[in-house]
Design a protein around this ligand. Sequence first.
Ligand code: IPE
Length: 266
Amino acid sequence: MSTAKPTILKLGGSVITDKNGELAAKTEAINRIAEEIKRADMDNLVIVHGGGSFGHPTAQKYGIQDGLKEPSQKLGFSEAHHVMTVLNGLIMDALVWHEIPSLSITPSACIITENGRIKYFDDTVLCNCMKMGFVPVMYGDAVFDEKMGFSVLSGDQLMTYLAVKLKAQKLVIGVDTDGLYEADPKVDKTAKPYLKLNLEQLKRVQAKIGGAQTTDVTGGMAGKIAELIPAVEAGVTVQIVNATRNLRVLRGLTGEKIEGTIIQKA
Ligand code: IPE
């Protein structure tokens, strides 16, 4: 049994899917990342992935993030959850074929939110998985909500929740840019990534940043930073890496020096 503190790897929806497409998985990227995860050979790894062009368009179409308002949304809830299981299946396919002992844990089957925030989390299976040396794989999902009927749980909320709950040493966040930028690099070509931020600096960045452009029912960039803050406050080292580039996930996991943004409490 491993005594290493867990590392959490978050794979953003824009890394594993084409956010401008519809149900468009980036299978080559998924396979490459699975290979890097295998090579990293981590003790105590937990993977969380986002929804990209699987979860977001469906959730938005039926207003799942606004809760249950009319019966016709129920099928939308099923569909939003279902497309996430399809995307998760593709990730699991790559992990299992790369001989990584991993297990998918469906958030909607063990988590209930209250007004969109995690309220109950039955972590029995998750903990058992980790104890036995499996890599648990969770994801952003359509979940039941105590007040709203249902809601959308983002992979970002989930990764921080897990990082704090499991007292993770590190959270590696794979995105499609070279870290956290001063301005949106897809709009402002001269924008540069931050190399290192402490908690106070991160809060200042959050105050100044705007929302992301593509369909994101779970908060855009400012929302993503807000989700990060509790993990940093709890002393987890956060590293944001460009997971669309070769070897960045591997090096992020193994702690080698790479481009990207490192965020630490002090
Ligand atoms: C969203 O997950 C899941 C659903 C919309 C059902 P995320 O919010 O974590 O996805 P990305 O990483 O932003 O695409």
